[in-house]
Ligand binder design. Sequence first.
Ligand code: NG6
Ligand code: CA
Length: 482
Amino acid sequence: MKNPNVVIIYVDDLGYGDLSSYGATKISTPNIDALTQKGIRFTNAHSTAATCTPSRYSMMTGKYPFRQSGTNILPGDAKLIISLEDFTLPKVFKQAGYKTAIIGKWHLGLGSTVEKNWNAELKPGPLEVGFDYSFIFPATADRVPTVFVENHNVVNVQAEDSITVSYSHKVGNEPTGSENPELLKMKASPNHGHNNTIVNGIGRIGWMSGGTAARWTDEELSFTFIDKVKSFIAENKEKPFFLFYNATEPHVPRMPATMFKGKSGLGYRGDAILQLDHSVGEITQQLKNLGLLENTIVVFTSDNGPVLDDGYQDGAVEMLNGHRPSAGLRGGKYSAFEAGSRMPFIVSWPQQIKSAQTSEALVGQLDLLSSFAKMLNVTVPAKQAYDSQNLIQTFIGKSNSGREYIVKSSGTFSIIKGKYKYIKPSKGEKMNELTQIELGNSIEDQLYDLSVDPYEINNIAKENPKIVQELKATLEAELSSK
Ligand code: NG6
Ligand code: CA
């Protein structure tokens, strides 16, 4: 039997409650939900962090983000944070003879220095850490440079209009959101900082000049990516492939294509989720058209939890209309509470998984590396990907056993072990004023019994000193090991 193709769809800031297959009633996501029909819907799956860069670092390397400094949210000019010596998720597949590609958001840095020439080859980057083909944008959609990078080069960069990027000061003399707010088609929220260079009528974090022909149009971002996705699948239909599609939705700025604008009734955030669902449908359809769907494993999950106002006045708050992006879980993006990093997580494989299943096993996104390695008989080198556990039988629905525990990073650290969740004391602010998200920080120990208190309302640390001691010890041992 031919090895299955593997497609991981990793989306940006989608919450546990944002899909109809996870209980949403105000929005419908039929294409994503369809993956659960011949697949497994996990209810206890986690990213290792409540923001993007650290979660992605973990998924790629099979290591917790706190193993390495500099894994927090990166600016758009950051250097590559994955070591070239690291064994990575795409290297697993490459070693098994797969063709590997990344398409979409990257946010793990490019090149070996912050100061770099955007008009020349940008390396090391995705190709140097295990991908055969790469079509990405460097950081987030709200950060400069707002350009695509295909393999080593910015697409459409022209010598006479070279690109300069800075995160410390204004470069060039183009208007910025703070100086020329009248030019904006979507206002920035006060104090978030999305008010530097204006591209496509949207203020960004950071400044750029030049590269006029290379700049993207937000409304077309996902069409551009999906076009590349379809070509990659078609070109590699004969051999097994690993495709890592990193969608930008529903991260800010939410600027959906015209066909989705106003369709959800929940503002642009909801419209962006419809656009994402459409993209998933396009991927599935392409696999189907080429006769590949049956023997393709599709994993769908999100890098961190939901946020409404993350920098732009796009109606997400005002038009929420009773929708619950985190399905009632406490907190959100950035938070130590569950909404920050308990993720929708679906694994579909029609040839092997014939019906809809639900799994409550404790799994982490970082476990995909060792699990696929096991499936493909690839040996993970010693001292590599050491936080990643082989759970392949669980991921394909043949076992219910998961991890003993998982450690998660936000402004502080938390651990889930069995039914308990412990949050390490921290002096950080309780509430993020900008996003109005509870961060889960407290100077006291926090312990929750998630089996009866999934919303983390009753802190039972005082009544259960022994359990606190045990979880704390496990957490501290992880934080200080390796
Ligand atoms: C935050 C940005 C937010 C978003 C986030 C990264 C501010 C005030 N907010 O710092 O808008 O860009 O970084 O999101 O700057 S993530 O999903 O890539 O982690
Ligand atoms: Ca994110």
